[in-house]
Design a binder for this molecule. Structure first.
Ligand code: PLP
Ligand SMILES: N[C@H](C=O)CCC(=O)O
Length: 429
């Protein structure tokens, strides 16, 4: 494929923007090539500035559950724009979306809207600390919860890809309050509680890890987290920024049957606009200003245009449960096809799937932990990624990210990708 215009744009972008991108995962640095500059998208496809067409398996890193430019997102947007884009005062649609989210997530008795997943997790932790009067938190190695200081410790996503799991610029004073446990290992959590008695405000976890590739949770581990946090008076936070409204309408907590004290959401709830949310038990959320002493604010929080696009998306998902059946069916087909190809070609790889979330790892270690994920052959991923891109598949440009499928992907899209996967794996041999 000719990507001359993308290449030229990248050279120009690098002059003005660090690394030429506004979020590190967008740079194709880890796959050793300049990034593709996108012109537009429609349905399951994106089109780059050189006119190349790709089936998109990034879907903006999760938000676009209905695909690109779905008319569902835009319903009533023209009228909303004509009314005005922001007021810094409450609007009716904020009440509507709050009601809908609290109905979908019974654990969220109250919810506050913010503008990103990062804000949601950062704010949830502050509330948990205010509620418990404790300082320390536990997170899991390889889980990513956005880029607030205290959460950029042994983190996932781009921080793993670029080898900076603990970011520079995070002070030792901040990092010392972030204790790091091992995903799917309840003993590592118990040990931290034992070493820090009465000091842990919150445990924050991706209920299905999606930022070190996809690592499905062990149900006993998740139940163990619920049990220990309950007995220790610690706030259990499910970071459902990826999984919320994706695994099921009620997110991972519905699928796993576990009720956290607090939940963070993002991505899908904005219908493609910058939106996040945090919420939880009423007594915890009543700590938030102006009711309580935990300050949290935002000039553009609850922005009416973003709320409208989010509400359009969530209402559609509520009224069309078949979307989730379709996502799982396509993910299952992708899993079966990739697995057959791995067997046929003998490449050291494996396909992992949890509901509609999937990831192809270049390792034969069973994927149940961060340690297993880290045995992946990232050089093989790079070669694979390039072959897939040339064949018209837009995959995450890093091994440690999930593949996202949308309602707009067809089974034909999936079949073509399976055939391309076969050819790409064959070339690795
Ligand atoms: C689980 C999880 N939490 C939080 C975030 C942060 O969200 P945002 O990028 O919108 O700040 C992300 C993704 O970036 C995420 O995957
Ligand atoms: N893996 C990240 C979130 O889920 C990717 C988004 C980003 O950092 O730009």
């Amino acid at each position: 494929m000719n990507r001359e215009k993308s290449e030229k744009l990248f050279i120009e972008a690098e002059k003005y923007i660090p690394g030429g991108v506004n979020s590190p995962v967008r740079a194709f640095k880890s796959v050793d090539m300049p990034p593709v500059f996108v012109d537009h998208g429609k349905g399951s496809r994106i089109y780059d500035v050189d006119g190349n067409e790709y089936t998109d398996y990034i879907c903006s890193w999760g938000p676009l559950i209905l695909g690109h430019a779905s008319p569902v997102y835009y319903e009533g947007i023209q009228e909303a724009l004509e009314k005005g884009t922001t007021f810094g005062a409450p609007t009716a649609i904020e009440v509507e979306i709050a009601k809908l989210i609290t109905e979908a997530y019974p654990s969220m008795e109250m919810v506050r809207m913010v503008s990103s997943g990062t804000e949601a997790t950062m704010s949830a932790l502050r509330v948990a600390r205010g509620f418990t009067g404790r300082d320390k938190i536990i997170k899991f190695e390889g889980c990513y919860h956005g880029h607030s200081d205290g959460l950029l410790v042994k983190s996932g996503s781009g921080t793993l890809t670029f080898g900076v799991p603990t970011s520079s610029g995070v002070t030792p004073g901040t990092a010392k309050d972030t204790l790091v446990a091992t995903y799917n290992d309840i003993e590592s959590v118990k040990a931290l509680f034992a070493e820090n008695p009465g000091e842990i405000a919150a445990v924050i976890v991706e209920p299905v890890a999606g930022n070190m590739g996809v690592v499905p949770p062990d149900l006993d581990f998740m139940k163990g987290l619920r049990k220990i946090t309950e007995s220790e008076g610690t706030v259990l936070i499910f970071d459902e920024v990826i999984t919320g409204f994706r695994l099921a309408y009620g997110g991972a907590q519905e699928v796993l049957g576990i009720k956290p004290d607090m939940t963070t959401l993002g991505k899908i709830i904005g219908g493609g606009m910058p939106v996040g949310a945090f919420g939880g038990r009423r007594e915890i959320m009543e700590m938030v200003a102006p009711l309580g002493g935990v300050y949290q604010a935002g000039t553009l929080s609850g922005n009416p245009i973003a709320m409208k696009m989010g509400l359009n998306t969530l209402t559609y998902l509520r009224d069309h449960p078949e979307v989730y059946e379709g996502l799982e069916e396509k993910a299952k087909r992708l899993e079966a096809g990739f697995k057959a190809n791995i067997e046929k070609t003998g490449v050291k790889a494996q396909m992992v799937r949890f509901k509609g979330m999937t990831c192809l790892f270049f390792t034969d270690q069973p994927i149940d932990s961060y340690a297993a994920v880290m045995t992946s052959d990232t050089r093989a991923y790079t070669q694979y990624f390039k072959s897939m891109l040339e064949a018209g598949n837009f995959l995450p440009p890093a091994q440690f990210e999930a593949i996202f499928i949308s309602d707009a992907h067809t089974l034909q899209d999936i079949e073509k990708t399976i055939e391309d996967n076969y050819q790409a794996l064959k070339k690795l041999k």
